[in-house]
Each structure stands twice: as structure tokens, then as C-alpha cells.
Design a protein around this ligand. Structure first.
Ligand SMILES: *[C@@H]1O[C@H](CO)[C@@H](O)[C@H](O)[C@H]1NC(C)=O
Ligand SMILES: *[C@@H]1O[C@H](CO)[C@@H](O)[C@H](O)[C@H]1NC(C)=O
Ligand SMILES: *[C@@H]1O[C@H](CO)[C@@H](O)[C@H](O)[C@H]1NC(C)=O
Ligand SMILES: *[C@@H]1O[C@H](CO)[C@@H](O)[C@H](O)[C@H]1NC(C)=O
Length: 507
């Protein structure tokens, strides 16, 4: 029988046994922020005489139907937890001696909320307590937008933000009168609420309008008409300059298109911007469609472009033959050894799955020269290409990724996007850097894998920095030697650091 269940039954039916041994929750409830950490504590008495040999600790989440094992330690040995918590939980083992069973949960998700149960058993007895965790996401950054209505002198004011739980929005004018607004809420994949609130106002009235997100207290004010964007041309000289500029742009674009056409006459060239039926799927085509469907269509098209690009990348990696190279490389490194070599910054063993960053996360994989970092990067690529057929498929599942972009930074000469285009042979396949940038930053199913990164190449560093700032949901894994990228490491912090040991560590 499951020992946790056994402990519960024991406490319920034989209270006399557990009279001496007690577990107390540090606090009955914890509230923490989305993406952050929480440490939940249970104190047990008396302290164990030998925590290595005579102590069992279990943390469970009492979910909707049946409880989930979040973490279990059995006489000093850790047991693998539910995949939902993989790589995100640890027991503060150094405090066990003092009678504390503290569990740290990192990168908190909204659905980590709920009731947790800590169970502790020593030779003296067993007991358990329940603790409630609420994960919240304050509405921190408000986005303001002002759009002039097509006709009349109305303007549309929009306030938008993401958070949890749902927040009502109220609008007030300069005299603090409430205004009627249109507020819509949609859920994001991270289970946050994206709240958009809009009002129409008269642009010729001089007034101030403020939107308040009641849950969290954030607000933003529009000063009308001062903040209405005026695309006005000031004088004739400017018109002349702009016209000349425009003509030159047209000529340059025409020349470029002519060259592009000449260059792309080879039959083997596939163009991502052409969909399966041969119709062009460009921004121009979209802008002619009905306004209401515009956003949806753009996303739909991006998905199709993403799919095409995914297939092209897989073909490219198969050509380059990453899997053979792994076998080649592996003089000092057996693929099956990976699970024993990976550690977090505190030196605890990590599952290979921890190599996959969460959406929007940046991870740093560090290892001394010769520890097989590049092999690991190649394992990730071959695992993505081969899917369930890969030899590590049972411990490394990258099926969530639609795109994996592998860049060998030691060979980098240009900036990040030039390298993506040249190294992955995408010259003829994506039209512009902007398109690539949009594709990467919009999707949370993309992994940018930078192998052998070392700070010092100014072009590359700056473009990477810029990309990381606007990365959106893109996942980033940087593979590097320790000390090779101090600046990046500082921005990421120690939580995003994984280490690769030269020696196999056994537990
Ligand atoms: C709008 O706000 C500005 C600055 O906060 C203030 O000076 C001005 O009087 C306000 N106007 C109205 C109409 O409330
Ligand atoms: C409210 O806004 C949504 C989205 O912008 C729109 O579809 C809907 O028609 C609006 N409703 C009203 C009453 O204006
Ligand atoms: C919890 O949310 C995450 C996304 O934030 C999702 O990947 C996961 O499947 C969710 N878990 C459950 C049990 O719904
Ligand atoms: C906007 O305000 C101006 C002056 O205050 C008024 O003449 C005009 O009719 C108003 N327009 C609308 C659409 O309410």
C-alpha cells in the first residue's frame, strides 16, 4: 500500500500512536505570484535522530479527483514527482535536521493553486497537515491605445493587461464620473486573463479619461485631445523631401524584387509564403480581407508558415545528420548517460526534460570544455527530429515544439538573424528578418538553441540582447562554458542555470 495513505489511516485510526509526534504548518495559506517561487513549510516534532535513515517526507497536491504526488523523500532518497512539477520542486533538505520539511516550488503556474498536504513519518510516529496555496498574477503592465474612428470625431481608447484572477475595469472622466465601457476577457495558454477594455470618446472635447483595473489597482490616463496621434505634415519642404524619399524607396524595392525573382527561378526553391494551393499568403492579401477576421487570419497564416518552416528545418537537420554526429561525438559520452550528468545550480540531479525551457524562459546549460555540451545540443535536435523513435524518447519529450532553431555560435559572424538565415539555409525561404522575428516572438512552441555561445562578438551580442528583450513566448537554451557569458548569466540569475558534469553522478 502507498505509505502516504498508510500514514493517513494510521493517524486517523490510532491517535494514541501519534500523540507524541506532531506536524504543524508554518502558515495555513500562502499567496505567491505567477512565475515566482514559494516555500511552504511544515514543522515536525520531535526532530529525527537520523534523517538519512529514518525519515519519510511527502508533499501531495489534493487536486480535483485524486491526490498527486508532488514530491517524496524516503530515507534520504528522492522519488520522481508528477510530470507537472518536474524540475520545479525541491525539498530544503538542509533544514530537515532542524525539524522543517520545507518544499520550494518554482516558476509557479496558476494551476499550482490548491490544497497541499505535507506528511512526515519518523520512528516516533507520523502526522500530516494541509496548506492552501493561491497563485496570483497582478495586472502590472497596462497597454494604452488610441485609435481614431473611421468617420466623425470619435476616438477609441483601449486599455489592456494580463493577470489573474479576473479583474473588472472602470473608466472615469476628468470629473471622476463613471463611463460606460466595453470590457472583454480571454484566457491565455498560461491560464491568465487578458482583459481588454474600450470606450469611445469625442475627440474635440478636452478631457482626461482613466481606466482602473480594480484587481491590483493599476490605472492609466489618456489626455484628450493632447495624446491623439496627429500624422500632420508641417510644411511644403517636408512634403518634397518625403516624396523624394518615397520615390527612392519604390525604386529600391522594385530593383530588389527584380533581383529576387531572377534569383528564385531554380525549381528546387520552396517559398514559405506560398501556401499549399499555391496562393500567396502575404500581409497584403490579409489587409484586403474583412477587418474582423484579420487577426484570426494572420495567426492562421503564421501557423501554416510555422508548419512549413518546421518541416524544412527537420529536413535540414536530417541532411546535416545530427544523429550520426552524436554517435560520432560520443567517445567520452554515452547518450544513455545524459540523465546522470545533468544538475541544477545547487548540484541536484535533473531530468533531461529540464533542458526544455518553459514558454518565454531562458536557460543556460553550462559545462567545462569536454563535458559534452555540444553532444547534448545535438541530442535535443535529433530528439526533436526523430520524435518517439529517439532513444531518449521516454525521458525527453520535445513534441510540444513546432520549431527548433539550432545555431552554432562558435561559427557566428553576423548578427543573430543573419546566422539563423545562413546556418539553417533559409535564404530563399523566409522573406524578411522581420517576418522571422515575428514568427519567433509570437510563438511559445519555438526553441532557440544557441550552442557554444561566448560573449565578445558585438554584432551577435547586441542582436541577441535585443531579441531576448522582445522574445515573447520563445524558449531559449544557451549552451556555454562557465565564465563565457557573465552578462547574460547576470540577467538570467542562478535559477535558470543547468550544469553538465564531466563525471557521472550517481544517487
Ligand atoms: C487633465 O490632466 C491634467 C494633468 O493631470 C490637468 O492639468 C488638466 O487640468 C486635466 N484636464 C481636465 C479637463 O480634467
Ligand atoms: C466590445 O468589443 C468587442 C471586441 O472589441 C466587440 O466585438 C464588441 O462588438 C463590442 N461590443 C460593444 C457593445 O461595443
Ligand atoms: C497547468 O498549466 C500549464 C500551463 O501554465 C499547463 O501546461 C498544464 O497542462 C496545466 N496542468 C493541468 C493539470 O491542467
Ligand atoms: C463632440 O463635441 C463637439 C463640441 O463639444 C460637438 O460639437 C460634437 O457634436 C460632438 N460630437 C459627438 C459625436 O458627440
Amino acid at each position: 500500500m502507498d505509505w502516504a495513505l498508510f500514514v493517513i489511516l494510521q493517524v486517523i485510526f490510532q491517535p494514541s500512536l501519534s500523540v507524541l509526534f506532531t506536524v504543524e504548518a508554518e502558515r495555513p495559506t500562502y499567496t505567491s505570484e505567477f512565475g515566482g517561487d514559494v516555500v511552504m513549510g511544515c514543522r515536525f516534532q520531535p526532530k529525527p535522530s537520523n534523517p538519512q535513515a529514518d525519515l519519510k517526507v511527502s508533499w501531495r497536491w489534493l487536486g480535483s479527483t485524486s491526490p498527486w504526488e508532488v514530491y517524496q523523500m524516503n530515507n534520504g532518497k528522492e522519488h520522481s514527482a508528477s510530470p507537472e512539477y518536474q524540475g520545479r520542486v525541491r525539498l530544503l533538505t538542509e533544514q530537515l535536521n532542524e525539524g522543517w520539511a520545507k518544499l520550494q516550488v518554482s516558476r509557479l503556474r496558476i494551476n499550482d493553486s490548491g490544497v497541499y498536504q505535507c506528511l512526515v513519518q519518523t520512528g516516533e510516529g507520523a502526522d500530516y497537515k494541509a496548506i492552501t496555496l493561491s497563485v496570483i498574477a497582478p495586472y502590472k503592465t497596462l497597454t494604452k491605445r488610441i485609435v481614431k474612428a473611421a468617420e466623425g470625431d470619435k476616438v477609441l481608447l483601449t486599455c489592456q493587461s494580463e493577470g489573474y484572477p479576473e479583474s473588472p475595469v472602470v473608466w472615469q472622466d476628468g470629473r471622476l464620473q463613471s463611463l460606460k465601457s466595453n470590457t472583454t476577457t480571454v484566457s491565455t495558454p498560461e491560464q491568465l486573463f487578458k482583459v481588454t477594455s474600450q470606450i469611445h470618446v469625442n475627440s474635440s472635447d478636452k478631457d482626461n479619461y482613466t481606466c482602473h483595473f480594480l484587481n491590483g489597482g493599476q490605472s492609466a490616463t489618456f489626455h484628450i485631445p493632447d495624446e491623439i496621434p496627429v500624422p500632420q505634415v508641417k510644411n511644403d519642404a517636408l512634403i518634397v523631401v518625403l516624396s523624394i524619399g518615397l520615390i527612392m524607396v519604390v525604386i529600391i524595392v522594385a530593383v530588389l524584387m527584380y533581383r529576387r525573382r531572377k534569383g528564385s527561378n531554380t525549381p528546387s526553391t520552396r517559398n514559405l509564403l506560398v501556401d499549399g494551393r499555391g496562393g500567396p499568403v502575404s500581409a497584403v492579401a490579409c489587409s484586403q480581407t474583412d477587418k474582423e477576421n484579420e487577426e484570426e487570419r494572420t495567426i492562421f497564416n503564421e501557423e501554416r508558415i510555422e508548419e512549413n518552416l518546421g518541416a524544412i528545418l527537420k529536413a535540414h537537420y536530417s541532411d546535416v545528420s545530427f544523429s550520426t554526429e552524436v554517435r560520432h561525438h560520443s567517445g567520452s559520452f554515452d547518450v544513455e548517460e545524459l540523465p546522470h550528468r545533468l544538475q541544477n545550480n545547487e548540484g541536484q540531479a535533473m531530468k533531461p526534460q529540464a533542458l526544455l525551457p518553459e514558454a518565454g524562459e531562458i536557460l543556460l546549460l553550462q559545462g567545462p570544455p569536454g563535458s559534452g555540451k555540444t553532444t547534448v545540443a545535438h541530442i535535443l535536435v535529433s530528439s526533436w527530429v526523430e520524435g518517439p523513435a529517439h532513444s531518449l524518447a521516454n525521458v525527453l519529450d520535445l513534441s510540444i515544439l513546432r520549431l527548433l532553431l539550432y545555431i552554432d555560435c562558435s561559427a557566428a559572424k553576423g548578427d543573430l538573424f543573419q546566422e539563423v538565415v545562413t546556418q539553417l539555409s533559409l535564404m530563399e525561404k523566409t522573406s524578411t528578418e522581420d517576418e522571422l522575428r515575428t514568427l519567433l516572438t509570437r510563438s511559445s512552441d519555438t526553441l532557440l538553441l544557441l550552442d557554444g555561445y561566448r560573449e565578445g562578438n558585438q554584432f551577435f551580442d547586441e542582436s541577441l540582447k535585443r531579441f531576448l528583450c522582445e522574445r515573447g513566448g520563445c524558449r531559449v537554451l544557451v549552451v556555454t562554458c562557465p565564465e563565457h557569458c557573465p552578462t547574460l548569466k547576470e540577467t538570467i540569475g542562478t535559477r535558470g542555470v543547468l550544469k553538465l558534469q564531466t563525471q557521472t553522478v550517481k544517487y
